[in-house]
Ligand binder design. Structure first.
Ligand SMILES: Nc1ccn([C@@H]2O[C@H](COP(=O)(O)OP(=O)(O)OP(=O)(O)O)[C@@H](O)[C@H]2O)c(=O)n1
Ligand SMILES: [Ca+2]
Length: 513
């Protein structure tokens, strides 16, 4: 049987169609190549991590912080983060005034911990700094040679660690305030905004910085950018140029107004009025008792002026748990009578009108956090804060002790005093009102980093905050690849559309579908 013959010939492809097909094929190839190049060639380089160590030698204890950041992004804001914190066992380094050679070895365990966190091949290049604050400032006023010996002991230990020792020194109160302010604004991303956030911020005019409130054991700092510039008290003004912007910052550090020294001051003053060796104290819980050596009370420069002879060597403190009385008692620590400037906080110290938001950290945070008063979702009003502290102070000591067994007795017994002191300092000292109280944010950490002066100190000493804004690529790698893919898809769609226009496939011709 004859095979049926195929009739008719295949229509010849027109030249236009052929060219279009080739063009389409080549464009698809080009798009694939473009995407491949975008993804591979521009892939961010493998991260090269750098490390830095700062020891915060505070009056009550020493903390060691390890920070890390990607080497390529050193000058960006918000790239340095805390990866480790180690609390040194025992007292702050100023507590070694009678055994100065033991100050350094007390840091050894935390240094070993840092060795475990940082890859060994990077130990040598990792800078280590130690900054001592108010405890050492006081020791150096009281006994300069003991303070020097403590610093030498600490230096010896730090030099024997495998890191790159960069110095151990007492930082000034001004530096402590300024670096705390730099830290929180760096971490909050207030210094530099890029791209959309910059536009958004300028539209909402929120490119402001946040003030910093730091409460330590021996000193307290207040730092912020005031609204109006005044040259009344130049020692309280600092000038910074950061990321291309000028900042005039007010700062003051009150030595002896940290929470431990404020309590010492209060006790030294109350002692002047006692007739026997017993003192009723409204700032401790009812049923709480503590005995202190009178010679210890007058040992440091915060209290030494009040020293006199007493017919007893020990003082027995009995708690009364009376918040209102405690507030009145604390008020006497703030001398508001004479102010040589247009406005003052207390003790004749210049304070410009308070301005903007404040981040309050260290003991401001520890105490308010213990009292459950730090919620950012529903900020607690000033009167509610006061009533919470009042009811806490009114609880008998045995009840408080059983309710918070896990908390160190030294801390727990002082939260009533500390709560009352914080309110006195903020309300009476700095004159925060019901209204601007709402602008205080109690912060422990920002992201993974503790709020405090150490990060700002390291950023400054490693020149990681440039004066001028560094040039940044307009697009991030992700946005670049995304844009590439989008453009390619648009291109392919257009080619497909053009092809469909010139060569209508049969299925799209009228009447077939
Ligand atoms: N969970 C905690 C931790 C600490 N504290 C107390 O908070 C105070 C301040 O602690 P800190 O900010 O660490 O002070 P230092 O840095 O040691 O002191 P300074 O900055 O004045 O040198 C100390 O009295 C400490 O007893 C507290 O009540 N509760
Ligand atoms: Ca401190």
């Amino acid at each position: 049987m004859d095979e049926p013959k195929v009739t008719g010939t295949k229509p010849k492809m027109s030249w236009t169609r052929k060219i279009l097909l080739i063009l389409g094929f080549l464009s698809t190839l080009a798009v694939i190549a473009l995407i491949a190049v975008a993804v591979t060639q521009n892939k961010p380089l493998p991260k090269n991590i750098k490390y830095g160590i700062v020891l915060d030698a505070g009056s009550s204890h020493t903390n060691l912080y390890v920070y890390e950041w990607p080497a390529e992004k050193e000058n960006d804001t918000g790239v340095v983060q805390q990866v480790e914190v180690c609390k040194v066992e025992g007292p702050g380094i100023s507590g070694y005034s009678h055994a100065t050679e033991e100050a350094g070895p007390s840091l050894a365990q935390c240094l070993r911990q840092a060795e475990g966190v940082i890859p060994s091949k990077q130990h040598q290049e990792t800078p280590v700094y130690l900054g001592a604050t108010a405890g050492m400032r006081l020791l150096s006023l009281e006994n300069k040679s003991a303070a020097d010996k403590v610093l030498s002991s600490v230096e010896k230990t730090l030099r024997s660690a495998p890191f790159n020792f960069q110095g151990a020194r007492i930082i000034s109160g001004q530096e402590e305030g300024a670096y705390g302010w730099i830290t929180i604004n760096y971490l909050l991303g207030n210094f530099k905004q890029s791209g959309w956030t910059k536009l958004l911020h300028s539209l909402r005019s929120i490119s402001e910085t946040s003030g910093a409130l730091d409460l330590g054991g021996a000193s307290t700092q207040i730092t912020f950018v005031p609204n109006e510039f005044s040259s009344e008290s130049p020692e309280n003004l600092l000038y910074f140029r950061l990321y291309g912007k000028d900042y005039l910052v007010y700062t003051h550090s009150f030595l002896c107004y940290g929470k431990d020294q404020a309590l010492q001051q209060k006790l030294a003053r109350d002692l002047q009025t006692v007739e026997n060796s017993s003192l009723s104290d409204p700032c401790f819980h009812q049923g709480y008792q503590r005995t202190i050596n009178i010679s210890d009370l007058f040992k440091n420069p915060c209290t030494s002026a009040k020293e006199k002879q007493f017919p007893f060597s020990q003082l027995s403190i009995q708690g009364e748990g009376d918040y209102q009385k405690c507030r009145r008692n604390i008020l006497k620590l703030f001398n508001k009578t004479n102010c040589p400037y247009s406005s003052c906080s207390f003790n004749g110290i210049y304070l410009p009108p308070l301005q903007g938001d404040f981040g309050a950290f260290s003991a401001f945070y520890f105490v308010m956090n213990f009292l459950n008063l730090t919620s950012e979702q529903s900020p607690v009003a000033l009167d509610k804060v006061a009533s919470t502290i009042e009811s806490f102070c009114a609880r008998p000591w045995h009840e408080v002790k059983t309710a918070y067994r896990q908390i160190k007795e030294k801390y727990l017994s002082e939260y009533c005093f500390s709560g009352a002191y914080i309110l006195s300092l903020l309300e009476n000292g700095y004159e925060f009102t019901e209204k601007n109280w709402q602008r205080i944010h109690f912060l422990g950490k920002i992201g993974s980093s503790d709020a405090g002066w150490t990060l700002g100190y390291m950023l400054n000493l490693t020149n990681m905050i440039p004066a001028e804004e560094p040039a940044v690529p307009p697009l991030s790698h992700g946005s670049y690849v995304g844009l590439m893919v989008l453009c390619s898809l648009v291109l392919v769609s257009m080619l497909l559309f053009a092809w469909l226009l010139f060569h209508k496939p049969k299925c799209l011709q009228k009447g077939i579908v």
